[in-house]
Design a protein around this ligand. Sequence first.
Ligand code: CMP
Length: 146
Amino acid sequence: MRERTFVMVKPDGVAKGLTDEIVARIERAGLKIVSTRRMKLDRGLAEELYSVHRGKDFFERLVEHVLSGEVVVMLVEGENAIARMRELSGATDPAKATKGTIRGDFGSSITENVIHAADSAESAEQEMRIFFEKSEILSSEPSKQG
Ligand code: CMP
């Protein structure tokens, strides 16, 4: 299924100069970056992005990290884009992530794990809405009306 998902290079990834390498890996996997923006999150955006983790012991650490520098947000499209981006990213904890995945190769801790990729169709939808216009979120799948 052709779908769109939300991806973010976190401040540790941007600071380590990994954005181009991550873009290259995404494109090599046959996925397309439909829209992208380098930006600084504010607390409201960070807490909204991670609202499902509110109340967990790592929530504040996570929010502080994504506020610590610039991020690169991306709207990624392709066949099974959500699952493919999760595969490319690797396990959340870089210590457990396979070599060859983004976190396995570049992550330094569970907080500084380089990349975020939406984990389901529902979160992809919700996260895309936080950062992108409705017109960008709509799939470019050919119209059935011909
Ligand atoms: P991310 O893919 O951005 O989505 C939520 C983030 O929360 C995750 O990457 C980790 O950086 C962080 N996270 C998830 N679980 C834990 C945990 N047990 N301890 C600390 N941070 C966590």
